[in-house]
Design a protein around this ligand. Sequence first.
Ligand code: ATP
Length: 300
Amino acid sequence: MASVSEILVQNLTYHHDPSAPASLSDINIDLPKGSRTILIGANGAGKSTLLQILAGKRLVTSEGAQILIQGRDVFRQSLPGVTYLGTEWKVLTEAIVASGAMNPVVRGDIVVEHLLNSVGGYRHKERRDYLLDILDVDLDWHMHAISDGERRRVQLCMGLMQPWDVLLLDEVTVDLDVQVRDDLLSFLKEDGECRSATILYATHIFDGLNEFPTHIAHMRFGSFVTNPIPWPASTIDPPVGNNVGVLDRALFPIALRWLREDREYRRVLESAGRRTRGARRGQALPSSSEEFYRKYDYSH
Ligand SMILES: Nc1ncnc2c1ncn2[C@@H]1O[C@H](COP(=O)(O)OP(=O)(O)OP(=O)(O)O)[C@@H](O)[C@H]1O
């Protein structure tokens, strides 16, 4: 693999809200063309925020920050080869379908074949047909009358029909059954290898993922604890009790260990005064509040 930077981020700090702590702090990553990186981190670690910034969906104003894909600034130059698929994409598509707006083909109740053609399916017929097969999509489905997982498959087909150079994936496989998920991951890996395309993928599902990445990375509290490192990772100690080579390639125990370390780290911060999560033991509800909740407890 050539070591040309495809995604380069330098000195990135980002606040969703200027009065709140940074959601991303001093991020520096350099991903080569053709790499497939899995972002691992607990809920709230900053994975989605990073992917949205790379997709040009959030403007970064911090001084000195550089966010480049193929050497181009993601905010200043359009990047036609960059595809972002995230959870709000589903919401967006549902909103379009529900409103019947945006596109003359969309009239509330839309047939999948029309929907795909309205976003260029006819131009990418070969890829579209391949994706229709592996995602097991029926062209005659009506978008308003299918399951969440089926709708997700149509949306993946829509998003992946056009060949991409850089694919930013934010947990898009949650609704998929295991067979479709496995076929999709195989397609993404083979397609990426064939075209030397780059993937950055945030997920919490590690089943069947061991052979997918070329790199893995660990985010915690908006920073990289482990910057993207090649996978399988010779620099990571094998999980405790594991001396077997094949398990050294298992992502799940590594992700679990990293997340447990994150929890421990947060507990140390909490004992030093950071705002706590979880149960607030020893903290009784004021009697006036308890009286109020007894009166308006709708679960009875
Ligand atoms: N719209 C928002 N406004 C304010 N803060 C936000 C917003 N979205 C996210 N955050 C905060 O930014 C931080 C990073 O959130 P982000 O969604 O990037 O995490 P994540 O790693 O993708 O989490 P998850 O695994 O749950 O998807 C969190 O502390 C979160 O509370």
